[in-house]
Design a protein around this ligand. Structure first.
Ligand SMILES: Cc1ncc(COP(=O)(O)O)c(C=O)c1O
Length: 396
């Protein structure tokens, strides 16, 4: 690496370390308020016990089909294909499209690393685009400048549960002949102009990691309305087995299946999805109301025409708050309140340092100022009141 590149990397490391340092230590006490935890109060246990009692613990059990059907129909499409994570769902979706060497895919610069990695696993090149300062989603005004003759697709994410501007994204995709694959990992149940996320674009991927609005512990799903794609995804998920002969492979598939045990939990969760989504929304309404008069804290924006589901309730600590984000997070941790800092943008990640030549000022500002507060669906109003009081008292 030449010295100019060395300087750039050092500078990037400095900027990244302003965003997320080591996590503040959460005191060793039983009464902490975790940043998130699942609510497993429905039929999850009963369905898991049915798997145990019948010996159906692999992916070949009835709960897998039931969960796929229920969740995909909820999203407004006909097919769901479960996977063992949200990352493998995205990888599989892109593999099914035949994404390969040198293909470029537009992604937001402010996202979880999985969005970029799913492209890279296949030899493609993630092309980050900066995000909007209010919704924290990919900025449609900045996409066209990044499109080349190698661009194949756009992957929007619905950041922290706020839907991306799907109409504008679709019109750009149509103009340049690109596919849209939604990374809906964070947005179960969110709506854009009355339609659920997951029903836009060619395919969409979801995550069911334990902190997601509904969970299977670890897990994911691709949803699509296209039967041919759904069949291909199913084949690729399962080693690329052919119908005609067992152990006979014409395509290089993956081993990305969800187990019946996970799907049993997923189905139990799905039965309560309306309640779990509403819990997140109620949290957000109360947080925003109570935080409104604390200057220096910016609360999340909600665009008209969307139903945001507030997977995580994020705030920005502005310079006039008086103490830094890290100091505020430490004060919350001292009172037993767990928080998480926002993403470090893709271009500042050591594995994507070749993207450093470009600039992503909004993503960097979010990374520097943002963190999220406890957001579980079963968080109680008195806990939110306590958290807001700790923030109020922390202001010098
Ligand atoms: C936007 C986004 N995409 C993908 C993922 C990856 O999901 P998983 O952890 O299930 O692999 C996440 C996880 O939180 C995410 O936030």
């Amino acid at each position: 690496m030449n010295s100019m590149n060395d300087d750039k990397s050092r500078e990037a490391l400095r900027r990244a370390s302003e965003m997320a340092g080591p996590e503040p230590v959460t005191p060793d006490r039983v009464d902490i308020i975790p940043v998130c935890q699942p609510t497993l109060e429905g039929n999850e246990r009963k369905y898991v016990m049915q798997c145990m009692d019948t010996n159906w613990i692999s992916s070949r059990g009835k709960f897998v089909d039931e969960f796929e059907e229920s969740f995909s129909h909820y999203c407004g499409v006909r097919f769901g294909i479960t996977t063992n994570s949200g990352t493998t769902a995205l990888h599989l979706a892109l593999a099914t499209m035949g994404l390969g060497d040198g293909d470029e895919v537009i992604i937001p610069s402010f996202t979880m690393i999985s969005t970029a990695n799913a492209v890279s696993y296949l030899g493609g090149k993630p092309i980050p685009v900066d995000v909007e300062p209010d919704t924290w989603n990919i900025d449609p005004d900045k996409i066209e400048a990044k499109i080349t003759d190698k661009t194949r697709a756009i992957i929007p994410i619905h950041t922290y549960g706020h839907p991306a501007d799907m109409d504008r994204l679709q019109s750009i995709a149509d103009k340049y002949g690109l596919d849209i694959v939604e990374d809906a990992a964070e947005a179960h149940g969110a709506e854009y102009k009355g339609k659920r996320v997951g029903s836009f674009g060619k395919m969409a991927s979801f995550s069911f990691y334990a902190n997601k609005i509904i969970t299977t512990g670890e897990g994911g799903m691709i949803v699509t309305d296209n039967e041919e794609l759904a069949d291909r995804i199913g084949t690729l998920r399962n080693y690329g087995f052919t119908q005609e002969r067992h152990f006979w492979h014409k395509v290089m598939g993956f081993s990305y299946r969800m187990t019946n045990l996970q799907a049993a939990i997923g189905l139990g969760q799905f039965e309560k999805i309306d309640e779990l989504v509403q819990g997140r929304i109620d949290n957000a309404r109360l947080y925003s109301k109570l935080l409104a008069d604390i200057s220096g804290i910016t609360t999340p924006h909600e665009s008209k025409d969307v139903k945001a589901v507030y997977w995580m309730y994020g705030v920005l600590v502005e310079d006039d708050f008086g103490i830094s984000k890290d100091e505020l997070r430490q004060k919350l941790a001292d009172r037993g309140i767990e928080t998480r800092s926002f993403f470090i943008p893709i271009h500042l990640q050591p594995i994507y340092s070749y993207l450093l030549s470009d600039e992503f000022p909004v993503s960097e500002e979010l990374g520097r100022k943002g963190f999220y507060l406890p957001s579980a669906s079963n968080l109680r109003p008195d806990q939110i009141e306590f958290i807001v009081e700790v923030i109020r008292d922390a202001r010098p």
